[in-house]
Design a protein around this ligand. Sequence first.
Ligand SMILES: Nc1ncnc2c1ncn2[C@@H]1O[C@H](COP(=O)(O)OP(=O)(O)OP(=O)(O)O)[C@@H](O)[C@H]1O
Length: 333
Amino acid sequence: MPDPAVLEAVDVSMRFTVRGGLGRTATVRALEHVSLRLHRGRTVALVGESGSGKTTLARLFALMYQPTSGEIRLRGEPVGVRRGSTARAYYSEVQMVLQDPFASLNPMHTVRHNLRRALRLHHFDGDLEERMHELLRRVSLTPTQDFIGKLPHELSGGQRQRVSIARALAVAPKVLLGDEPISMLDVSMRLDLLNLLASLRDEEGLALLYITHDIASARYLAEEICVMYAGQLVEGGPAEQVIQNPQHPYTKLLLEASPDPARTVSAAGQSSFLPIADAGEPPSLIDPPGGCRFHPRCPVAKAECRTAFPARTSAADGHWTNCWLYTSESEAS
Ligand SMILES: Nc1ncnc2c1ncn2[C@@H]1O[C@H](COP(=O)(O)OP(=O)(O)OP(=O)(O)O)[C@@H](O)[C@H]1O
């Protein structure tokens, strides 16, 4: 049994109101009843096609939005959008690493300035210079004096991402939310970055959320994989189980469309899924299909798939799915 969750989403749904043509508004139903737990020293990979809601879930964990329903809980306590010192207290525990390191670094300032700012923001009261060198050592940017005075654009993509990880580590967080943190890097640097994330998880006991399109890297890094389709979580469990013995027809299609999950990191571009042959596109989340949102693309859809989302069925090893193939109508959620 793992420890209790450090951070969890409990039955969260997220709707966005967007402006359409002619002044009309529409609702994007981005997440539906999603629950996911992050544990100390463990990685959960969240995989799914573009637009499935992965970033929205990470942003809910980062308290950038208030969920439409459901809760985010830190060590069991519900948390909402915060400001000022209570926001700072939250972000000293939960940090995000983005796809593009430029987004979290000030490009006009040196690595030293960027790290110092993060430390000051969180009222670090030790030796600033010493701590900055320690952070750079932690992300293997050594000798540290070669990097501390550089501007972000003077670094390689991989080095820049290491600095943004060092910046996140400045506050000694308990949770790192990685939103496709390696997808913009050269293939040659991806494995090193994954190994860095793994060592932070193992040595500092970080709880890691790893959002990716790349099943191969999810398998390499994560103990647990969760699969999201059009705002609904459809399958999850121990990484090897999900990959070797996928249950949900969407997971099966996703694996068929992945270049080769046995490789450590895919050499493909940002999106590692090949087009899913003859199976159409993910739906619009404005007025999405009812029931299981995958049913219009599902080769084995049944009548009940159109009307209700199935309850979760779980195996003893923690592998679960929400699919009518494995449940009966009386168990609809
Ligand atoms: N602030 C917002 N306002 C309106 N709609 C939004 C907003 N943020 C996300 N969405 C919509 O919510 C849905 C989920 O988007 P999200 O970015 O979470 O998906 P994703 O799985 O992270 O995609 P990608 O892999 O391309 O990053 C999409 O339909 C997107 O257009």
